[in-house]
Design a binder for this molecule. Structure first.
Ligand code: TPP
Ligand code: MG
Length: 350
């Protein structure tokens, strides 16, 4: 096990360009999530809704480490991953709105973003639910002698779920090409890692399963990318699982409706001081890679993308009620009840 260092690469035009690209992506996640929170409070979005605010460097760094051919599973905090993995922002927003043009035709919603085109196979609302499924995908890859890798993201709270231990155990026993990523934002809803985990250095959990692991600063996009690349390469070349822990913060409540009253003002200030988007902004200026006007232009561009996404979602129609049972079963089921909500239990006159 190793803790990854924060050594920065020498500055070059390529690095500068790369960093600016990451800044644009992180800002896209930031502005998309802020707009999502607004749409939720306007009751345009229903159901549960969890944001990646504060996790932008982690999201972008992880997505820079996997390739198109690789597969991704995440928990319900999935909007940012979808955007950076390549789902169209308008179709993601339409999904949050529950509209027909959403990536899952409006049936999945915020927690279940799924798009086989970009090999993002959900979005799972059950804590730890994605782990056994991701292991199954990795088993399929291995069975077919493929060279794809499965990345399975989860939160810190997930490391105390039975499925976490069962899946890590089997992943080592079966030499699965899978990278488990624990996004440690210090909180599972309102419970801190220290209150819930006897070993709060979560990457050390991998030792129980003889699995390589590392911990990295989740607010440093390049450090996350480089640490994740090591993990992905090991999974791809050696067919060995890996556990990567990224440490960052959650800027808002657990979900959009959570005021997070359990956090003190000082704790919130400490998280804000580590804000990865503001941090990269200042880093770019200090390194003279860009000036404030250029970065404001990036922000304006991103605002346009998010505005267009909202307009697309607003215009998309709601799914037909008659399609409520579509996509439930792969093939017709005999005697399947097609009763819609509010339909009488027995047809009148029957
Ligand atoms: C099996 C299960 N138990 C409880 C819940 C309720 N729940 C939803 S999110 C959550 C906290 C998970 O925290 P963490 O894994 O750290 O993820 P984060 O929300 O920080 O991304 C809990 C307990 C659930 N969805 N599924
Ligand atoms: Mg958490």
């Amino acid at each position: 096990m190793a803790t990854t260092s924060r050594k920065r690469p020498a500055r070059s035009a390529k690095n500068t360009e790369e960093l600016l690209g990451y800044y644009r992506q992180m800002l896209l996640v930031r502005r998309f999530e802020e707009r999502t929170a607004q749409a939720y409070t306007e009751a345009k979005i229903g159901g549960y809704c969890h944001l990646n605010l504060g996790e932008e460097a982690t999201v972008v760094g992880l997505m820079a480490a996997i390739e198109e051919r690789d597969y991704l599973f995440t928990n319900y905090r999935d909007h940012g991953y979808a955007l950076i993995r390549g789902m169209d922002p308008g179709r993601v927003m339409a999904e949050l709105y529950g509209r027909q043009d959403g990536v899952s035709r409006g049936w999945g919603g915020s927690m279940h973003l799924f798009d086989t085109d970009v090999r993002q196979l959900g979005g799972y609302g059950i804590v730890g639910g994605q782990l056994p499924l991701a292991a199954g995908a990795a088993l399929a890859v291995s069975y077919r002698d493929g060279d794809e890798v499965v990345m399975c993201q989860m939160g810190d709270g997930t490391t105390n779920i039975g499925a976490f231990h069962e899946t890590l155990n089997i992943a080592t026993l079966w030499d699965l090409p899978i990278v488990f990523v624990v996004v440690n934002n210090h909180l599972g809803m309102g419970t801190t890692v220290e209150m819930s985990s006897a070993e709060p250095e979560l990457y050390k959990r991998a030792a129980s399963y003889r699995m390589e692991s590392a911990r990295v600063d989740g607010n440093d996009v390049v450090a996350v990318r480089d640490a994740a690349k090591i993990a992905v390469e090991r999974a791809r070349k050696e067919q060995k699982p890996y556990l990567l822990e990224t440490v960052s913060g959650r800027l808002r409540g657990h979900s959009v409706v959570d005021p997070a009253a359990y956090r003190s003002k000082e704790e919130v200030e400490a998280v804000r001081a580590q804000d990865p988007v503001a941090g990269l902004h200042d880093q770019l200026i200090a390194a003279k890679a860009a000036d404030a006007d250029q970065l404001a232009e990036v922000d304006a561009d991103v605002h346009r993308i998010v505005k267009a996404a909202v307009e697309f979602a607003e215009k998309s129609p709601a799914p037909e009620v008659s399609s409520l049972f579509d996509y439930t079963y792969a093939s017709p089921v005999p005697n399947d009840s097609r009763r819609l909500p509010a339909d009488p239990l027995f047809p009148v006159g029957a």
